[in-house]
Ligand binder design. Structure first.
Ligand SMILES: [Zn+2]
Length: 223
């Protein structure tokens, strides 16, 4: 019997957020992840670092955290997209994992993460959403953000809504959290939305202009 050895995690940088490399992940991938973290304003990364948030760059999510297999993916959207733990390239939390490889949800082929910088930025923006407030109440749950988001969604054309499927799901408020993460990520240098919508970042920001104003006013320039 071969004993399962847990990958050793090495601290690569302490600031702006602690980033750990687990096992023999490529140095280039780790540098891209660090670059993604550095593109977020330090006032935001300082805040989430003080709450114990950190990043682990690993080969594969399930290899890194076998316990995930027994945990349900916590939103209906992931199921609607046929997402499983196998085909997630990253997951945010107090410890955010960014994986080098994941299974493509349609082709089922193992692929490498192509946009580590954007993915990291997007995930860190979810962490900002979840850990910015000291009472653990996500920013995307705040009434004023909810109003801004609903205003944006309310005026989208049906054809646009179809393409923005991932961002207008109401299941467990996932859509709103995804808009928060990607609008903030775009404002910090670029998000992940292009991959599933095919829209430019500029157009995406126009679709969610009220959400954008809220984020600029309260998170980037205020707070
Ligand atoms: Zn997301």
């Amino acid at each position: 019997m071969v004993a399962q050895t847990r990958n050793t995690r090495v601290l690569v940088v302490e600031k702006p957020l602690p980033v750990f490399a687990s096992g023999d992940v490529p140095g280039k991938l780790v540098s891209m992840v660090v670059a993604g973290v550095k593109s977020i304003p330090t006032k935001l990364t300082n805040r989430i670092r003080s709450r114990g948030c950190r990043i682990v760059v690993c080969k594969n999510l399930l290899e890194e955290c076998p316990r995930f297999k027994n945990e349900p993916l916590d939103n209906g959207l992931e199921e609607a997209e046929r997402r499983t733990w196998d085909n997630l390239p990253a997951i945010s939390g107090r410890t955010t994992f960014i994986a080098e490889r994941y299974k493509h949800d349609i082709t089922k082929k193992i692929r490498r993460l192509e946009d580590p910088k954007e993915t990291t930025r997007h995930e860190v923006c979810h962490v900002v959403d979840d850990y910015f407030s000291y009472n653990n109440w996500p920013i995307s749950h705040r009434t004023q953000f909810r109003i801004a988001y609903n205003k944006d969604v309310g005026r989208l054309a049906l054809s646009t809504k179809r393409r923005l499927f991932y961002y207008i799901q109401n299941t467990l408020e996932t859509g709103r959290a995804e808009v928060f993460a990607d609008v903030l990520a775009i404002l910090c240098g670029g998000g992940c939305q292009k991959d599933c919508t095919g829209y430019s970042d500029e157009y995406f920001l126009r679709c969610f202009s009220n959400s954008r104003s809220y984020i600029e006013r309260n998170i980037l320039n205020g707070g």
